[in-house]
Design a protein around this ligand. Sequence first.
Ligand SMILES: Nc1ncnc2c1ncn2[C@@H]1O[C@H](COP(=O)(O)OP(=O)(O)OP(=O)(O)O)[C@@H](O)[C@H]1O
Ligand SMILES: [Mg+2]
Length: 410
Amino acid sequence: MTSGTATSEARATTAPPGKEVRVTGIGPRLVERRRAAWERWYGPVASARWVSALWHSLAWLVFGAGFVGAIVFVSSGLSESPGNVLLVLAAGSRLSAYIGATVGEIGFLRGIWMDGSQRMAWLEDYAAQLEEDADVPVPAELKDGIRLEGVSFAYPGTDRLVLQDVDLHLEAGSVVAIVGENGAGKTTLVKLLSRLYKPTKGRILADGADLARMPAADWRSRLAGAFQDFFRFEFKALQSVGVGDAARVEERPAVETAVDRAGADDVVEHLVAGLDTQLGPSWPEGVEVSFGQWQKLALARGFMRDQPLLLILDEPTAALDAETEHALFERYAETARGGRGESAPAGRITVLVSHRFSTVRMADVIVVMDGARVVEVGAHEDLMARGGTYAELYEIQARAYRQKASAVSG
Ligand SMILES: Nc1ncnc2c1ncn2[C@@H]1O[C@H](COP(=O)(O)OP(=O)(O)OP(=O)(O)O)[C@@H](O)[C@H]1O
Ligand SMILES: [Mg+2]
């Protein structure tokens, strides 16, 4: 750890890990660790700055005294030569330049303060507003499922609807896949389901209760999963996975179970000290693993919670090859349906987002999105029989795959 950037990256204080930080509730622990690291590294810098400020003040004192003395000397009439008058003028202009520069610096600092603090204030207001009227408890289990009724959404500060009139029923206990081109609104939909935002219009109901009325932290504590823009928590492997459930971050058996659920055993086996391996090149003894391996660890983190109501997998396997993704999602779907020896989940809904149709077809229901709208909903066979967008895209991908396979074998 040598730089401030490395510190903030390793402490997850940048924007990308925001979703995971909030869903897992690890925030306070990170703040604590970041503060400790900051104090450790910033201490020497701060004291150097104090010494420098002291010298600056002394210099200004000498300069000020000299200038005042010069003015007194000239105006007293003891020395009225033009040279001396010029000297005082030059010194005066220098002084005014100094003052100008100082005022400029203060303005610059004020700008940073105002800009930064205003954004912060906006964010705090938005978060507080998410908690307003949060008086409905989160259901212990789902019987009906989650319903979206006429949901439209524009990101705060923008007018463009990135979701438009979405009506959907995600049945309790089902595996739902979402497909659609880049920017169609898949991740946005997932963010709304995670209660990171409220719909601009319409409602999301969990077993009939409005999600917007449930305390955000309570709802998120019943979520699990992994996101497209996962974060590399540069902790020991044990903690890097464990933070998926803040309360059990150091619990080895829970972490081992999560690694098994995610199918990430192969990654842990290859680490020099298994779960005790320090991850991340920012640390002197840290081990760097491949992007795909990071991604598998992020997946394991997503499987830390035992009984989530909603398991979200938003392209968490994009860095893995199609066969691995297929095998992993099959494993997750099997667990979701009560297989693999786990106790039957209480109506848990699994939402998976993928661009690979070979993976998507295994879902109970496929939601096809196009330009902020849901255009088709149904099982693979139904959608193929319909011959619409899904069938078309499926065929294109299948053809490309067949061509690649024949090129490899030929
Ligand atoms: N934080 C944000 N602020 C404003 N607009 C955003 C924000 N995040 C996403 N958008 C916009 O919302 C639209 C939908 O984005 P979203 O990330 O939901 O797409 P996606 O279907 O998940 O795409 P991909 O397949 O690339 O992951 C895009 O047009 C995007 O530019
Ligand atoms: Mg996305």
